[in-house]
Design a protein around this ligand. Structure first.
Ligand SMILES: [Fe+2]
Length: 153
């Protein structure tokens, strides 16, 4: 069981969708969403070219200008996302987990002690790979994300 099952409210609060699935069907359909699988990334010292550099990049806090959608095919790892008080929420993803990180959320990724994750990268439109490292407070994607929450009274 993945750790996010114990904190579904925390993930919903930051508008992050998390699912466990036995596998993707032929159309890679999820309830109410349709993602297009783009490629597979295999992260381990033996399989990822320029591993040391890449793993550092993944762990730099960043945003994207689109959703980050990952389906874990093998292995495991950690996604960290910021909550609304700027604290980290750590999500331990394992085989069968699907995560949809919203556009503009601050996040980072690292491996766990298994030192290996193989994941499908999915997109709705054209793929966007570029990580935009923090701070990005005035970036339109960040503003879109932060302005999507109700104002506290
Ligand atoms: Fe990312």
């Amino acid at each position: 069981m993945t750790s996010y099952h114990s904190q579904p409210d925390a993930l919903a609060d930051v508008q992050l969708d998390a699912y466990y699935m036995d596998g993707l069907d032929e159309d890679q359909r999820l309830p109410h969403r349709h993602f297009v699988p783009w490629d597979t990334i295999n992260v381990s010292p033996a399989t990822l070219p320029e591993y040391d550099e890449k793993i550092k990049t993944f762990f730099e806090e960043h945003i994207h200008t689109d959703e980050e959608i990952r389906f874990v095919l093998e292995g495991s790892g950690y996604f960290d996302v910021r909550d609304l008080e700027d604290r980290w929420i750590r999500i331990h993803v394992k085989t069968g987990d699907m995560l949809v990180l919203p556009e503009g959320i601050y996040h980072r990724f690292t491996l766990d002690t298994s030192n290996h994750i193989k994941a499908l990268r999915l997109f709705i439109g054209d793929p966007v790979w570029t990580p935009l490292n923090r701070p990005q407070e005035t970036h339109p994607s960040r503003e879109k994300y932060t302005s999507s929450f109700p104002i506290a009274v």
